[in-house]
Design a protein around this ligand. Structure first.
Ligand code: ZN
Length: 277
């Protein structure tokens, strides 16, 4: 009893492939021998018919194999597979929290605004169905370092309130609110007049100090900073930018002025004296 196997026949090269099947046939057919037999038969037929040419092809060889009963065709069905994993079929982990808005979807972890200098990034959940966002919370961007409290260092146009906050030792949000009343926006602030008014409201005075000359040119930030009293607080103006020097230490926002920047304004920030009644 010889056992049967399914054959898929293929031919051609990478660029022009041909195939036929599936067919049933006995195990271990010798296709080299069968093709030789096919060729002999077709040549003999062509000679009898006195033809000048005899074209052989793999398709014709397949027909010959079927005609001879060496192979028999098998019923087959072609099916295209497509496993969908998007839209309604997307994997939505059950451990994600349910959406408080639509209660159909679940919240995927997303990350929003990165404030690199404060090492803070906003994490939140976004609903897979209605896109509702909730649960916003700041996390350390670099988990090995702590988050830094928002002291205004990365606020756009915020160098004046930032310098005032550091020089007066008053918390950023308080200073920002007062400066906003005196015209501060993200485009900056009118200095020194409006800044001086804001500082006065905080209980300090902005006192202009002569910028120490360095020959004919204006001195650098480094030259000025090293000459200042380490017991006092100052605000230094360089071109279009303010920064603070507190107890001898330069405190700049994210602008990070170079130490060779030329100083054009210098102020001491003094606590107001109680006025005698
Ligand atoms: Zn939702």
């Amino acid at each position: 009893m010889s056992s049967t196997v399914t054959y898929m026949l293929g031919w051609g090269d990478h660029y022009e492939r041909g195939s036929s099947g599936p067919f049933l046939g006995p195990v271990g057919l010798d296709f080299a021998a069968l093709s030789a037999e096919y060729r002999r038969e077709r040549y003999a037929e062509a000679n009898i018919a006195m033809k000048d040419h005899c074209w052989l092809s793999e398709e014709d060889f397949c027909s010959w194999l079927l005609q001879k009963g060496i192979l028999t065709p098998v019923e087959s069905t072609h099916v295209e597979l497509d496993i969908r994993t998007s839209g309604d079929e997307a994997f939505v982990p059950l451990h994600w929290p349910e959406c408080p808005q639509c209660s159909r979807g679940r919240g995927e972890q997303e990350y929003g605004m990165l404030r690199r200098s404060l090492n803070r990034i906003t994490a939140f959940r976004r609903c897979t169905e209605c896109r509702h966002e909730w649960g916003h919370v700041d996390e350390p961007n670099d988990s090995k370092r702590p988050m830094i409290e928002d002291d205004g260092r990365d606020t756009t146009g915020g160098c004046v309130p930032f310098a005032i906050s550091k020089a007066c030792g008053v918390e950023w949000n308080t200073v920002k609110a007062i400066c906003a009343r005196y015209g501060w926006t993200e485009n900056g602030m009118n200095t020194p007049h409006n800044a001086a008014l804001a500082i006065r409201e905080l209980g300090y005075d902005l006192v202009a100090v002569d910028v120490p000359r360095n020959g004919l040119s204006k001195p650098t930030l480094k030259q000025v900073a090293t000459q200042l009293s380490t017991a006092r607080s100052y605000i230094i103006g360089i071109r279009g930018h303010w920064l603070a020097v507190v107890n001898g230490r330069i405190i700049d926002n994210d602008n990070n002025s170079g130490m060779t920047s030329r100083v054009v304004e210098l102020y001491e920030v003094r606590k107001q004296q109680a006025v005698a009644a």
